[in-house]
Design a protein. Structure first.
Length: 392
């Protein structure tokens, strides 16, 4: 805390001394009018002049010590006068002298946190829809990949932003284009995110083979890698986006639209029904299967080796057998996850959109897995019971 400056004024030469004191006070906080008003309200104390009162200088500024602060607390008739922003003056009587203390206080401004931005699903009230598993995702769909049986559905026709699930389409198109995987691509300023201002360890000027950029886009959801892949597609970025939408229509994704290859734009939108079709198509591509389920990967950038990891912790979980996967998040979309996984002997396609918590999409996937496994055990037990009954 800044030091307090103390000025002592003799009562015998009260007015002249106060005028001199005003000069000092005006230089710091312009508090003379307020201090005079407080002084006039208190009784003046008559006392014989001392040698100090005959000096031309009314007072000598002294540094306030810890002991003087303790004594100040015991003094009576103390008056506190506000002298403006962050400045306080106190006037009190001490040993027959008028003491004025001026103190400038430091102010700590605490910024209020910005309110959480609601997702499109929250704004639409989709989280109010109940389901048997108490899922935290407002949209969910679980389908048997072989029989097309719908095991679970929740708001599966709702059209919402899909965030980085977009990269599954980006990766599929790059893989199907059969472009040279060893062709070097340089990250440019055009690949920098200007919409969400997300960061990246691939700085402008970084040069990597197309195959490694595809790996990073699918495994660790690297935005600059995905954008560079679309930008360097034959015909350029605009052509690539057109191909994305054409592929969606070809797959029967009637409610899907793309405007860019990363998913940073909330205008990249789809439904759970459409995304299940995309997951099925992506699973048929061996390159997408391999790269999207890779747990980690290292790339050499200049003299450095950068370690990248999967964005889906279930990939490293031995309880899961995942064939293809992709995660996604922007505030407008919430937490998103799509997967093809084998559970209880069944190949299932799972879609979770607009999950509220950071780990809730993973929790929803675990709930579905336990539920499918439990039903499998019940069905197996029932079949064994029927078989034994028929035998007898």
């Amino acid at each position: 805390m800044p030091e307090a400056r103390t000025h002592r004024v003799s009562s015998q030469r009260f007015l002249p001394a106060f005028r001199m004191l005003a000069v000092a006070l005006c230089a710091t906080a312009f508090l003379l009018p307020a201090a005079q008003a407080a002084e006039k309200k208190g009784p003046a104390t008559k006392k014989t002049a001392t040698a100090d009162s005959k000096r031309k200088t009314a007072s000598v500024p002294t540094r306030e010590t810890a002991s003087s602060k303790r004594k100040a607390g015991a003094d009576k008739d103390e008056k506190v006068v506000s002298g403006g922003k962050n400045v306080v003056a106190s006037v009190r009587q001490k040993n027959g002298r008028t003491v004025v203390a001026v103190q400038r206080r430091s102010v700590v401004r605490v910024a209020e946190p910005a309110p959480a931005r609601l997702s499109f699903g929250q704004l639409a009230g989709l989280h109010q829809t109940p389901d048997a598993l108490d899922l935290k995702s407002s949209v969910a769909l679980v389908i048997d990949q072989d029989t097309h049986e719908v095991l679970l559905s929740k708001n599966d026709h709702a059209v919402l932003p899909i965030a980085s699930l977009t990269k599954l389409m980006t990766g599929l198109l790059i893989s199907e284009a059969r472009l040279p995987s060893d062709e070097l691509i340089t990250i440019t300023q055009d690949d920098v995110d200007t919409e969400k201002r997300s960061g990246s360890r691939l700085s402008v000027g970084t040069t990597l083979p197309r195959g490694e950029l595809l790996h990073l886009a699918l495994m660790s959801s690297e935005n600059r890698a995905a954008h560079a892949l679309g930008r360097t597609y034959p015909g350029g970025l605009e052509t690539f986006v057109s191909v994305m939408n054409a592929k969606a229509k070809m797959l029967g994704m009637k409610d899907t639209s793309y405007v860019e290859p990363t998913g940073l734009s909330s205008r990249n939108q789809s439904s759970a029904q459409d995304l299940a079709l995309l997951v099925n198509a992506a699973y048929a591509d061996a390159t997408v299967r391999q790269l999207s389920t890779s747990p980690e990967y290292q790339v050499e950038v200049g003299n450095r080796v950068l370690q990248f990891n999967t964005t889906n912790r279930l990939v490293k979980n031995p309880d899961w057998d995942i064939g293809v996967q992709k995660t996604g998040y922007i505030s407008e979309a919430g937490q998103c996850l799509v997967m093809q996984a084998k559970i209880a002997g069944r190949k299932l396609i799972m879609v979770f959109l607009d999950s509220a918590g950071k780990l809730s999409r993973i929790g929803d996937a675990e709930r579905v897995r336990r539920w499918v496994e439990a039903n499998h055990m019940l069905n197996k037990a029932a079949q064994q019971h029927v078989a034994s009954s028929n035998a007898t």
